[in-house]
Design a protein around this ligand. Structure first.
Ligand code: GLN
Length: 185
């Protein structure tokens, strides 16, 4: 709908996937996975509601559609949102509480080397841009933390990240996602 989707398309195609932009309920038909990109979570939610995509998307993810959510995408998925715009609500599927722009506006963006469970070898370059701060986790598996807060979590076939892997030039997380999406539910 909005945000950093073009970079995800490039990363996914390099990782061997075929991609399609999802803008309507019909576009969801037959996909193995979906990326909820970074951008502006309030705008995304509003647009998805307007075109009637919010409910079908919630159903699809609940039924096990592989989902990679980054930054604003994580906010859209989160169960609780603090500092949202005007009682902001999203899909409410991921059992975390996030604070929008929780790393503070003065440190708009930064990069941090992350140790991510399940990724072999070197650390992953985490690019954070007005990132959400994860303040509460429920029934999710934390796969990476930074500065005592989770920055990557997994819940079933959902992987949600506070940072932007599509801007890092490191394809490992996209490759993992393509593999998960291709594997049977
Ligand atoms: N602060 C943005 C939001 O609330 C997220 C920023 C991003 O996705 N890089 O939606």
């Amino acid at each position: 709908m909005q945000g950093a989707f073009a970079e995800h398309v490039r990363a996914l195609e390099k990782a061997g996937a075929r991609t399609r932009l999802i803008r309507t309920q019909e576009d969801l038909e037959g996909v193995d996975g979906i990326v909820l990109p970074g951008g502006e979570s309030t705008t995304m939610t509003m647009l998805m509601e307007r075109v009637g995509l919010l409910e079908p998307l919630r159903d699809a993810i609940q039924r096990g559609l592989a989902t990679l959510a980054t930054c604003a995408g994580m906010i859209v998925l989160a169960r609780d949102i603090t500092d949202g715009m005007g009682g902001q609500r999203g899909l409410g599927l991921l059992d975390v509480g996030v604070r929008r722009n929780g790393y503070g506006r003065q440190v708009d963006s930064f990069e941090a080397q992350l140790h991510i469970d399940g990724l072999d070898g070197k650390t992953f370059p985490g690019v954070f841009i007005r990132a959400p701060l994860v303040e509460r986790t429920g029934d999710v598996e934390v796969i990476a933390s930074y500065d005592h807060h989770p920055v990557a979590v997994r819940q079933g076939r959902i992987v949600a990240l506070c940072f932007h892997p599509e801007l890092s030039g490191d394809l490992r997380l996209h490759r993992e996602f393509v593999r998960m999406a291709g594997a049977k539910n």
